[in-house]
Design a protein around this ligand. Structure first.
Ligand SMILES: [Fe+2]
Ligand SMILES: [Fe+2]
Length: 327
C-alpha cells in the first residue's frame, strides 16, 4: 500500500469522527467535572500536598493537570517533530530524500497540526471560561521543560542540527506513544480521553515511522553523527527526569490560597540522576533500545562509552521487542 492510501485509511484526521467537544460552564463547570481519577494526582504532586486539598481544589488541580499535559505534548510535537518532518518533506534533509519518506513526512506533519488543533479546542474551552482563565495563566508559565527540550536541538551547523532534531524526534514520538498507551479509560474525563485515544492511534504509526527513519539514518551516517544522535537522546532523557516544571504548581497553590504548601514540593537530587534515567528508559524507551541493539549501536566504541557514562548498559542486550509489535 502506498503511503498516501495508508495515511488516508489510518490517520485520525481522515478516518475518525471528531468527538472531543466539551462544554465547561465557567468555574461551576470546572468544579463539578470529574477531570481525572485520584490515581493521577500522585504523578504530578506529592501525596502530602494532595491530602491537604478539598474536593473543589482537586477539581481545579485536575483541570490544570490536563491543561498542562495536553499543552506539553503539543509544544513538543510542534517544536521538535514538525520541524524535522517539514525539512524532510520539503526535500531539504541531508539524510532522507526518497519519495516515500517525503510523502510519509507530509502525513505526519498534517497529523500533528490536527492533534494541536483538537487539543487546543479542548483546552481553550477550559482555559477561557469564566474565572478559570487563570488556568490559561498557569499554562503560560509552565512551558519551562518543553522549552528546554526544544533548545537541545540547537547546534553550530546544519548537519548537527538535523541529527539533533532527528534524535529528539525519535525520543518524542516513541515516548508519547508509550505514555498515551498507558492511559486508562474511566480515569479521565471522556472527551479528553477520546482525544488522547485518537491521538494515540496516530502516535503508534509515528513511532514506527521515526524508528524507520532512524534505521535509514544509521546506514548513511558517520560515527560522529551517530555519537551526536545518542548523546542528544540521552541528554533529553536526562533533562526529562532531572527537571521538574514547578511554576504551574506554584501558581495553582497561590490561586487556591495555599501557597505555603509549595514548600512541600520535592526537589530532584543530582545524585539520583542516573537511577531516574534508567527508570525512565524502563517505562518509556525499551522499544527504542531494542532497535538500537539490533542496529549494533553499542559495538561502536564512542556509543558504548556514552552507554556506560549514563549507566544504561543493562538495556544493551536483547532485541526482541519490535516497535511495530509493541503498539
Ligand atoms: Fe501528535
Ligand atoms: Fe506524533
Amino acid at each position: 500500500m502506498d503511503h498516501v492510501s495508508n495515511w488516508m485509511q489510518k490517520s485520525t484526521i481522515t478516518s475518525h469522527k471528531y468527538r472531543y467537544s466539551m462544554q465547561v460552564d465557567g468555574m461551576k463547570g470546572v468544579l463539578s467535572t470529574a477531570w481525572i481519577a485520584d490515581s493521577w494526582y500522585s504523578y504530578f504532586l506529592p501525596s502530602v500536598i494532595v491530602s491537604k486539598l478539598n474536593q473543589e481544589e482537586k477539581a481545579i488541580l485536575g483541570a490544570c493537570i490536563l491543561s498542562n499535559f495536553m499543552s506539553y505534548t503539543v509544544e513538543v510535537e510542534h517544536g521538535i517533530v514538525n520541524p524535522i518532518v517539514n525539512k524532510i518533506s520539503l526535500g531539504e534533509s541531508i539524510f532522507f530524500s526518497g519519495k516515500q519518506e517525503r510523502m510519509t513526512c507530509y502525513g505526519v506533519f498534517a497529523d500533528e497540526v490536527y492533534h494541536a488543533m483538537f487539543s487546543y479546542d479542548l483546552l481553550s474551552s477550559l482555559m477561557y471560561s469564566g474565572d478559570i482563565h487563570k488556568i490559561h495563566d498557569f499554562e503560560l508559565d509552565s512551558k519551562e521543560k518543553s522549552k528546554k527540550i526544544v533548545s537541545l536541538r540547537r547546534c553550530d551547523n546544519d548537519r548537527d542540527t538535523e541529527v539533533s532534531m532527528l534524535a529528539l524526534g525519535v525520543y518524542s514520538e516513541v515516548c508519547i506513544a508509550t505514555q498515551l498507551t498507558n492511559i486508562q479509560k474511566d480515569t479521565i474525563y471522556e472527551p479528553v480521553y477520546n482525544a488522547l485515544k485518537d491521538h494515540l492511534d496516530d502516535e503508534k504509526r509515528h513511532a514506527a515511522i521515526f524508528v524507520d527513519l532512524m534505521r535509514t539514518f544509521w546506514k548513511t551516517s558517520t560515527i560522529a553523527d551517530k555519537t551526536l544522535f545518542i548523546s542528544k537522546l540521552f541528554a533529553v532523557m536526562e533533562l526529562n527526569v532531572s527537571y521538574m516544571d514547578r511554576t504551574w504548581v506554584k501558581n495553582y497553590l497561590s490561586y487556591i490560597d495555599k501557597a505555603d504548601l509549595f514548600s512541600l514540593m520535592p526537589t530532584i537530587k543530582p545524585e539520583n540522576k542516573f537511577e531516574g534515567v534508567a527508570s525512565f528508559v524502563e517505562r518509556t524507551s525499551k522499544v527504542l533500545f531494542a532497535e538500537l541493539n539490533r542496529l549494533g549501536a553499542w559495538d561502536v566504541q564512542e556509543l558504548n562509552e556514552l552507554l556506560t557514562r549514563y549507566r544504561l548498559a543493562k538495556f544493551a542486550q536483547g532485541g526482541n521487542l519490535c516497535v511495530e509489535q509493541r503498539y
